[in-house]
Design a protein around this ligand. Structure first.
Ligand code: ATP
Ligand code: MG
Length: 434
């Protein structure tokens, strides 16, 4: 595909778009920029999603005004970013990103553009024209510019055609473009799934081979990306595709190693189920937190290490703590999962052995533990795959339905049954092996 000299323009009506679906605040930003003599467009994901009848997550603005010129026009503007300088316009808690058109980077100017020896773009602050900006974006369907004042969409790259054919096409030479920014590999999977598009053959061909490039991406950026990958209603499909394209291994190497090494299908089914549960919660507008799903994603390495190291510790809890330390330390060197997430993740794991103790007052106190609910849900998931006896799972489900007096009675009865069975060990049981 070669660059077009003249853009194709389409009216909103021709594309079945309606001005009332555009974000008022984003349109008002373009109005002010245009009044000040600049060009300004709504661009990227918002145009792509509107064409599919989806509700865009955010509306980004693209303009030929430089960051300082944007700042001079808007009181509520902050300039951010070094690698990619941007203006953020604040509307209360809502932020609209306004980016200046980017042009091709000039090799010798380190202040504005800087590429690593492997081709990775470390800085991208060379400004350009709308046409140049179009070609600097990733996929053709992400390079559509909507002019709200004229009611038109400008397309230099054949994005509308690709959109109509449901094709995800990386612009330019795919190997170079993936090397420039390997996060595009993850974006390819995310958009393929979200939009239901097919990857164009040339785009898809080098992906498996390029997957290890993700190792060079900063752990902080990867954390942002995994939230986008896994906290949506298609998380499970994305997870399976990431594995298929060798990308999951670059993100969660310990988990992938376990999945590859085991003959049992349970560890994979366990993650698939956790993903499906997240999807259902999101579809039902229920609260989801990253820690539960991340705890599920890393459970198999933690469980295996616990089992392996168990003889060196006095209890399962101690062995789980030690395994969790090791697995989390390794994982955060790849993906910067913040401590506010790793702390509850560890708690959910460390509480698992307590479900095997159905005796005494400690179990009643456990019901009031702030992390009981998450740990219980996690235990139910384990029970689905044979890691916890279904009778144990049912016991915990039932006790929660009782009054405090009946709960006491239930623990006493369980206690008595245990006493009647001489030789029955009261110690914690090891997380079940597969
Ligand atoms: P969504 O917001 O639904 O995740 P999006 O396409 O809007 O999708 P953003 O991350 O908001 O994604 O980026 C906005 C636009 O910026 C994209 O549509 C694309 O044109 C451009 N863009 C973002 N990331 C890259 C990248 N890594 N390489 C090239 N262009 C990019
Ligand atoms: Mg966006």
């Amino acid at each position: 595909m070669s660059p077009q000299k003249e853009p194709r323009t389409y009216t909103l009506k021709e594309l079945g778009l309606c001005a009332k679906h555009l974000d008022r605040r984003a349109v008002s930003i373009t109005d002010r920029l245009v009044k000040a003599g600049f060009e300004a467009y709504l661009v990227g994901g918002c145009v792509r999603d509107l064409l599919l009848g989806l509700h865009p997550k955010d509306f980004d603005v693209s303009t030929n005004a430089e960051p300082e010129e944007i700042q001079a026009l808007f009181k509520n503007c902050r300039l951010i970013g070094r690698r990619f300088r941007l203006a953020h316009i604040h509307f209360g808690r809502h932020i609209i990103e306004v980016a200046t058109f980017r042009g091709p980077h000039v090799k010798h100017d380190k202040n504005t553009s800087h590429a690593h020896k492997d081709g990775r773009l470390l800085r991208d602050n060379v400004y350009g024209t709308l046409e140049e900006d179009s070609w600097r974006r990733d996929f053709t369907v992400n390079a559509l510019y909507l002019n709200p004042q004229k009611g038109i969409v400008i397309d230099y790259v054949g994005g509308i055609k690709d959109h109509q054919n449901k094709t995800l096409r990386l612009m330019g030479e795919p190997i170079t473009r993936f090397k420039e920014d390997p996060v595009r590999l993850l974006r390819a999977i995310r958009f393929k799934t979200k939009l239901g598009f097919e990857l164009e053959a040339k785009t898809e061909a080098p992906m498996l081979e390029m997957a290890p490039l993700l190792n060079d991406i900063s752990s902080a950026r990867l954390y942002d990306e995994i939230l986008k990958l896994f906290f949506n209603t298609k998380a499970n499909t994305i997870f399976n595709l990431l594995r298929q394209y060798g990308l999951f291994e670059a993100l969660f190497p310990q988990t992938e190693l376990c999945l590859k090494k085991t003959a049992s299908e349970n560890p994979l089914a366990f993650i698939n189920q956790a993903m499906t549960n997240t999807e259902s919660r999101l579809k039902n507008n229920q609260h989801v937190t990253p820690y539960f799903l991340l705890a599920a994603l890393l459970w198999e390495p933690v469980r295996r290490l616990t089992e392996q190291n168990r003889p060196s510790f006095n209890s399962d809890t101690q062995a789980i703590h030690a395994a969790a330390n090791e697995v989390v330390a390794h994982q955060i060197s790849r993906i910067a999962i913040p401590r506010r997430i790793t702390t509850p993740m560890r708690e959910v794991w460390a509480l698992q052995p307590r479900f095997h103790k159905q005796i005494g007052v400690r179990c009643l106190r456990f019901l009031d533990h702030p992390r009981f609910r998450a740990a219980y849900d996690f235990m139910l998931l384990r029970a689905q795959y044979g890691e916890v006896d279904s009778k144990v799972a049912d016991w915990w489900t039932h006790i929660q339905t009782l009054t405090p007096a009946d709960q006491k009675l239930m623990t006493r009865q369980t206690n008595a049954r245990h006493k009647r069975k001489p030789g029955k060990k009261k110690t914690e049981s090891t997380p079940n092996a597969n």
